[in-house]
Design a binder for this molecule. Structure first.
Ligand SMILES: Cc1cc2nc3c(=O)[nH]c(=O)nc-3n(C[C@H](O)[C@H](O)[C@H](O)COP(=O)(O)OP(=O)(O)OC[C@H]3O[C@@H](n4cnc5c(N)ncnc54)[C@H](O)[C@@H]3O)c2cc1C
Ligand SMILES: *[C@@H]1O[C@H](CO)[C@@H](O)[C@H](O)[C@H]1NC(C)=O
Ligand SMILES: *[C@@H]1O[C@H](CO)[C@@H](O)[C@H](O)[C@H]1NC(C)=O
Ligand SMILES: *[C@@H]1O[C@H](CO)[C@@H](O)[C@H](O)[C@H]1NC(C)=O
Ligand SMILES: *[C@@H]1O[C@H](CO)[C@@H](O)[C@H](O)[C@H]1NC(C)=O
Ligand SMILES: *[C@@H]1O[C@H](CO)[C@@H](O)[C@H](O)[C@H]1NC(C)=O
Ligand SMILES: *[C@@H]1O[C@H](CO)[C@@H](O)[C@H](O)[C@H]1NC(C)=O
Ligand SMILES: *[C@@H]1O[C@H](CO)[C@@H](O)[C@H](O)[C@H]1NC(C)=O
Ligand SMILES: *[C@@H]1O[C@H](CO)[C@@H](O)[C@H](O)[C@H]1NC(C)=O
Ligand SMILES: *[C@@H]1O[C@H](CO)[C@@H](O)[C@H](O)[C@H]1NC(C)=O
Ligand SMILES: *[C@@H]1O[C@H](CO)[C@@H](O)[C@H](O)[C@H]1NC(C)=O
Length: 610
C-alpha cells in the first residue's frame, strides 16, 4: 500500500515536471490521511498531521462550515442552539420508567465544541493513568498527557484582569495552545455562585480546586473555553480552521456525509460520501486514502463502522451488511454522564437566563453591556458552578458497591452543577436548575443500527443508572444536592423548589422524580475503546489502514466535562501517528515538497460512485 502511494506521487511528479502549470491532481491520486468528522478530534488531527507540509489530507464534515454567528459566538446563548445538530434520541430506558433522553450532537465544523456549554474541565488524573494502562500507550498517562493539554490550550485573563471574578486557577497547568480558557467576569455572575460554593464547602468538606490540574474532587467555580479578549466561544473550528484554510496540503470538505468505508480484504482503502449542495444537487463521491481516520464522535463513529461491515456480526447480519470484521465490542461500552435535575424559582435579583431574555429591562441592559465592552451575563456560561465528590461507602450496604468503593481515591462518583438555565419543559418563570450526575457509572449502554440506511439515526440504548449501585449512588447524590440547595442561606434568593416539589419526600417518590427528569449531559464516550478494540497505535485490531481517534476511544469517562480531553488525546494521537508512519512516508517527501505550490485539487481525487 505504501509502495502504491509513493508510486502514485512519483507518477504525478513526472507528469507535472513536464507540464508545470498543470494541477497536480490530474492523475488519479491517493490522499495520505482521510479524516472523517471535523469535531475537536478531527480538527486537531488535520492540523498536526498537515503541519510540516508533507502529508496530503482531506477532512470531511457532514455539517456546514458555520451557522448563525450570534448564536455560535455569544457564550450565554448556547442553550438556544437548535441546529445544526444530529437530533439523536435514546430508546425508552426501563431504568427511567420508559422515558427516552435526547442526545443531540454537533453537526458543524468544530463538532460538539461549536454547540456545547464550554465548560473546560480535565478531572481526576487517575482516569488518564487508567487509559494508559489498559491501552499500553504510556503517552496517555496524566504526567504525559499534561504536555498535550499545554500544547492545545492557554489560560487568559480579561485585559489586565480587570473585572475577573476571584477564582482558584493553577497557572502551571495551562500552556500556549490556541484554545482559550478563562474565568467569568464579576459582571457576568448570576448571584448565587459564591453562596453555593460556600455551602458545598461546608456541607461536603471539600475545598475549592482547579479541576484542570489533575484534581478530581472539590469545588470548581468553572473555567470556560471562551476567548478572554472578546468573550466569544473558543472552539475547534476557529482555533484550527484558519491554519487548515491556509495550507495547500489540506482540503476540508463541508456538507460531506461519509456513509461507507471500503475495504480490500482487511485494509480500508476509500470512503464514500454524500456531498450535499445548497442547490439540492447532491452527489455521491468516493475518495481513496492510504489511511482512514474515523473521528465522527462517540455515536457516529461506531455507526459508520457498522455500516461499513465492522462491528458485531449479529448486528451486521440483522441488517444484511456484509461482514468485513466481526468485532463484537464496537458500539458497546457506551458511557454518558446522565444527570437528574431539580428546579428553584429565583428572586428578581438573580440574573437568570429568563431575566435577560423575558424581562425587557434586563434584556436591554444585557445586550448593551455585551455590545459596549463584553461585560454582563452574555459573555459567559450562565452561572456555572460545579463540584465533585464521593458517595459514602455505606450507601452501598446490602448490595454490590465494589465498582464504586474500589475506584482510585482521586475519582469522584458525583458531579453536581448549578446553572441559571431553566431545564424543565414548560417553565415560565425566573428559575435556576441544579443537577446531580453520576460520572463514573457502572452500567453501560450500547449503539446499534436501526437499518442499513445511513440516513436513519442509530439505536441508542442508554441504560442510565443500569446497576443497583448506580441507582443507590444517584439517589444519595440527588438527596445530598437537594439538602445543599435547600440550605437556609439560599432561602432568600431561591425561595421555592419547583421540582421535584415539597410533597416529594419518600425515597420511592424521589426515585420517581429522578426517573422523570433525567437528561443526558451530552457526554457520550467509550464505544470504540482503546485497549478493547483499538491497539496502542489507534488502529482497529485486525484491520489495516484505519484508525479511530475521538471521544469514542475513551476506555472510561473522565470525571467531568470531556471536551478538554478530546483535544488532548487527538494531539497525542497525531504525534503517535506521525512517529509510526514517518518511515513509510519518507520516500514521498521530496516529491510533495516540489509540488507544494499547487493547490491540492480535490475533484480529481474523486471517482464517481455508481
Ligand atoms: C449540547 C452539548 C453540550 C456539551 N457541553 C459540554 C461542555 O460544557 N463541556 C465539555 O467539555 N463538553 C461538552 N460537550 C461534549 C463535547 O462537546 C464532546 O465531548 C466533544 O465535542 C466530542 O468530540 P469528538 O471530536 O469526539 O466528536 P464531535 O465533537 O461530536 O465531532 C464529530 C464530528 O464529526 C461529524 N460527523 C459525524 N458523522 C459523520 C459522518 N458520517 N461523515 C462526516 N462527518 C461526520 C459531526 O458532524 C461532528 O462535527 C457537550 C456536547 C454537546 C452536544
Ligand atoms: C441568529 O440568532 C439570533 C439570536 O437568536 C437571532 O436574533 C437572529 O435573528 C439570527 N439570525 C439569523 C440570520 O437567523
Ligand atoms: C434537528 O432539529 C432541529 C429543530 O429542533 C432542526 O432545525 C434541525 O434541522 C434538525 N437537524 C437535522 C439534522 O435533522
Ligand atoms: C492595561 O494596562 C496597561 C498598562 O498598565 C494600560 O496601558 C492599559 O490602558 C490597561 N487596559 C485596560 C483596558 O485597563
Ligand atoms: C498545580 O498543578 C500541579 C500539576 O498537577 C501540581 O503539582 C501542583 O501541586 C498544583 N498547585 C497547587 C497550588 O495546587
Ligand atoms: C475573538 O478573538 C479570537 C482570538 O483573538 C479570534 O480568533 C476570534 O476570531 C475572535 N472572535 C470574534 C467573533 O471576533
Ligand atoms: C472502494 O473500495 C472498495 C473495496 O476495494 C471497492 O469495491 C469500491 O469499488 C471502491 N469504490 C470506488 C468508487 O472506487
Ligand atoms: C425585571 O427587571 C427589573 C430590573 O432589574 C426588576 O426590577 C424586576 O423585578 C424584574 N422583573 C421580574 C418579574 O423579575
Ligand atoms: C461596560 O459597559 C457597561 C454598559 O455600557 C457599563 O455600565 C460598564 O461600566 C462598562 N464596564 C467597563 C469595565 O468599562
Ligand atoms: C409567561 O408569563 C408571562 C407573564 O409573566 C406571560 O405574559 C406569557 O404569556 C407567559 N408565556 C407563556 C408561554 O405561557
Ligand atoms: C406533588 O404535587 C404535584 C403538583 O400538585 C403533583 O403533580 C405530584 O403528583 C405530587 N407528587 C407526589 C409524590 O405527591
Amino acid at each position: 500500500m505504501r509502495r502504491d502511494h509513493s508510486l502514485t506521487w512519483l507518477l504525478i511528479g513526472v507528469a507535472a515536471t513536464t507540464a508545470l502549470a498543470r494541477d497536480i491532481g490530474s492523475a488519479a491520486q491517493t490522499v495520505d490521511y482521510v479524516i472523517v468528522g471535523a469535531g475537536p478530534a478531527g480538527m486537531v488531527l488535520a492540523e498536526r498531521l498537515s503541519r510540516d507540509g508533507t502529508n496530503k489530507i482531506v477532512l470531511l464534515e457532514a455539517g456546514p462550515k458555520e451557522f448563525n454567528a450570534t448564536l455560535l459566538n455569544t457564550p450565554a446563548l448556547f442553550p438556544f442552539i437548535t441546529e445544526p445538530l444530529w437530533n439523536f434520541t435514546g430508546q425508552p430506558d426501563e431504568n427511567l420508567a420508559g422515558n427516552s433522553v435526547q442526545i443531540p450532537q454537533g453537526r458543524v465544523a468544530g463538532g460538539g465544541t461549536a454547540v456545547n456549554g464550554m465548560a473546560y474541565c480535565r478531572g481526576a488524573a487517575s482516569v488518564y493513568d487508567q487509559w494508559a494502562s489498559v491501552s499500553g500507550n504510556q503517552g496517555l498517562a496524566w504526567t504525559s498527557i499534561l504536555e498535550d493539554f499545554l500544547e492545545v490550550s492557554h489560560y487568559a485573563k480579561t485585559v489586565n484582569g480587570t473585572g475577573d471574578r476571584q477564582q482558584l486557577v493553577n497557572q502551571t497547568v495551562y500552556g500556549h495552545g490556541s484554545v482559550g480558557v478563562e474565568v467569568s467576569r464579576s459582571s457576568s455572575m448570576v448571584g448565587y455562585e459564591t453562596l453555593v460554593s460556600q455551602i458545598v464547602e461546608d456541607e461536603m468538606g471539600v475545598p475549592e480546586v482547579d479541576m484542570n490540574d489533575g484534581t478530581g474532587i472539590g469545588i470548581d467555580r468553572g473555567l470556560l473555553s471562551i476567548y478572554a479578549e472578546n468573550r466569544t466561544r473558543s472552539y475547534a473550528a476557529n482555533v484550527y480552521g484558519p491554519a487548515l484554510d491556509d495550507r495547500r496540503n489540506v482540503q476540508v470538505l463541508y456538507n460531506a456525509w461519509v456513509f461507507h468505508i471500503g475495504f480490500e480484504g482487511n485494509r480500508a482503502v476509500n470512503v464514500t460520501y454524500l456531498q450535499q449542495s445548497l442547490n439540492g444537487e447532491d452527489s455521491t463521491l468516493t475518495l481513496r486514502g492510504n489511511e482512514i481516520i474515523v473521528s465522527a464522535g462517540a455515536i457516529n463513529s461506531p455507526k459508520l463502522l457498522m455500516l461499513s461491515g465492522v462491528g458485531p456480526r449479529a448486528e451486521l447480519e440483522r441488517h444484511r451488511i456484509p461482514v468485513v470484521a466481526d468485532i463484537s465490542e464496537i458500539g458497546s461500552n457506551l458511557h454518558d454522564h446522565a444527570l437528574s435535575i431539580m428546579i428553584y424559582n429565583a428572586a428578581p435579583e438573580i440574573l437568570t437566563v429568563w431575566q435577560w431574555t423575558k424581562n425587557t429591562t434586563e434584556a436591554v441592559i444585557a445586550s448593551e453591556q455585551y455590545a459596549s465592552n463584553k461585560s454582563g451575563p452574555l459573555g459567559t456560561g450562565n452561572g456555572f458552578v460545579y463540584a465533585a465528590f464521593r458517595v459514602p461507602d455505606s450507601t452501598f450496604d446490602g448490595l454490590d458497591g465494589s465498582h464504586y468503593t474500589t475506584l482510585p481515591a482521586d475519582r469522584p462518583h458525583v458531579l453536581i452543577q448549578v446553572t441559571s438555565i431553566p431545564l424543565l419543559a414548560g417553565i415560565n418563570s425566573s428559575a435556576v436548575t441544579a443537577w446531580a450526575s453520576i460520572v463514573q457509572p457502572e452500567g453501560v449502554g450500547r449503539i446499534g443500527l436501526q437499518s442499513s440506511d445511513y440516513r436513519d439515526n442509530p439505536v441508542i440504548q442508554t441504560n442510565y443508572y443500569g446497576s443497583d449501585a448506580d441507582k443507590a449512588a444517584i439517589l444519595w447524590a440527588y438527596k445530598k444536592l437537594r439538602d445543599i440547595m435547600d440550605n437556609s442561606a439560599l432561602q432568600t434568593i431561591l425561595p421555592e423548589e419547583i421540582y421535584p416539589g415539597a410533597n416529594v419526600t419518600t425515597d420511592e417518590d424521589i426515585w420517581k422524580a429522578i426517573q422523570a427528569q433525567t437528561l443526558s449531559y451530552r457526554h457520550p464516550v467509550g464505544t470504540i475503546a482503546l485497549g478493547t478494540v483499538l491497539g496502542n497505535d489507534w488502529r482497529l485490531r485486525g484491520l489495516e489502514g484505519i484508525r479511530v481517534v475521538d471521544s469514542s476511544t475513551f476506555p472510561c469517562p473522565t470525571t467531568c466535562h470531556p471536551q478538554s480531553a478530546v483535544y488532548a488525546i487527538a494531539n497525542r494521537a497525531a504525534k503517535d501517528i506521525l512517529k509510526s508512519d514517518q518511515s513509510s512516508h519518507r520516500s514521498t517527501r521530496y516529491i510533495s515538497e516540489i509540488f507544494s505550490w499547487a493547490r491540492y485539487n480535490i475533484e480529481a481525487a474523486h471517482s464517481r460512485w455508481t
